[in-house]
Design a protein around this ligand. Structure first.
Ligand code: NCD
Ligand code: ZN
Length: 351
């Protein structure tokens, strides 16, 4: 019989659902696997107020399949002009779960992001007091810094001083890609105020994947994949059973045309098969039994939310790969899913 695994239904602590036709195409895929998801606010225009977060949440709920119990957890996008009062009230009202820091121009749709962390210190102080987590895109934005060094530089230059100044602020360093980040979070995360999400794709590829036989736009995201030793450090962190590391796919859909262009945009799309990709990576590392903690327990513990009640069943096919097809949006655009270099044998078992 094929190996099976039943775990508590997981949550995705970092997802881009977009809006309009794209949202309609991708939200059901996330809802098929995950009970809840932290929804990123980098729409055009970004979600900067609790009122916008509320209308965006309604838009998401409206496109879910009938009977879906999926819960979107909303975030707001911090800018130099964020209204702390609105953020704290939105959190009190149960509309906002967290706030996202995009250093200006660090990644896709981050032009309106924060230009200097000091400018939002008053907002961060209010967040610290109210217990609102700060979610961080941790990359240095100085274009002179090598793109492969930007995460490590950000930790030294921005994150360490920030955590010294605001030691009680809850911080999630999102989609970590380096051994420096994994080591920093493992050391500093013991008191439950610092954690990191790890994507499925960063467990599967190193930077060579982007250049194997030619330029491969569907392996390009930010923070960009690094050397093999960094991928290995991420796998080690994910399977370690340490609660400061948990699942966040950073699934970031773009149309095929936007990816396959002379200036293709950053973002890897894993919503169609994320849990299966994680199961494959954990299994390859010899620790499939640690998947449940990483996927279903440590995230809720950090956010102070209950663990889900439902279960989900996965099975490993003895032969035959779990092939994922391109997704077609209602607008007639294709989204190309992430297919790792090695076959994915795990799949969600239909119950
Ligand atoms: C994300 C996107 O497309 O919105 N892209 C990415 O490469 N991860 C933005 C982000 O999370 O950096
Ligand atoms: Zn993201």
């Amino acid at each position: 019989m094929a190996p099976m695994l039943t775990i508590i239904r997981p949550d995705d602590w970092h997802v881009h659902l977009r809006d309009g036709e794209m949202l309609k195409a991708v939200a059901p895929l996330t809802a098929r696997q995950f009970a809840r998801a932290i929804v990123m606010p980098n729409l055009k225009p970004p979600v900067t107020t609790s009122a916008h977060a509320k209308t965006y949440r309604d838009e998401i709920l409206a496109v879910l399949p009938q009977g879906s119990t999926f819960t979107p957890l909303m975030t707001i996008y911090l800018t130099d002009a964020t209204d702390a009062g609105d953020l704290v009230q939105g959190h009190k009202d149960g509309i906002i779960t967290a706030a996202k820091l995009y250093p200006a121009n660090a990644t896709t749709n981050s032009e309106a992001g924060v230009t200097d962390i000091k400018k939002i210190y008053p907002v961060l102080e209010r967040m610290q007091k109210a217990g609102i987590p700060l979610l961080v895109h941790g990359e240095e934005t100085n274009p002179e810094i090598d793109v492969f060094d930007r995460e490590a530089v950000f930790i030294d230059k921005i994150l360490k001083p920030l955590r010294r100044d605001l030691p009680e602020l809850k911080v999630v360093l999102e989609h970590i890609t380096t051994l420096e980040a994994a080591a920093y979070v493992a050391n500093e995360g013991k008191k439950g105020r610092l954690a990191a999400t790890i994507t499925a794709h960063h467990l599967h590829i190193n930077r060579n994947a982007m250049f194997s036989g030619g330029i491969r736009p569907h392996f390009y995201c930010l923070p960009v994949a690094k050397r093999e030793k960094h991928r290995e450090a991420l796998v080690k962190a994910a399977i370690s059973g340490a609660p400061m590391f948990f699942l966040g796919t950073d699934t970031a859909p773009h149309t095929q045309a936007a990816k396959e262009s002379a200036c293709g945009c950053a973002g890897i799309f894993t919503a169609a098969n994320a849990l299966e990709l994680y199961a494959q990576a954990f299994d390859e590392a010899g620790h499939i039994e640690r998947l449940e903690g990483f996927a279903s327990r440590f995230g809720p513990a950090f956010y102070g939310l209950p663990v889900n009640k439902e279960l989900i069943k996965l099975e490993k096919a003895s032969g035959g790969e779990n092939k994922i097809k391109a997704i077609l949006t209602g607008g007639g655009q294709q989204i190309i899913p992430f297919v790792p270099p090695s076959p994915v044998l795990w799949r969600i078992a239909e119950s």
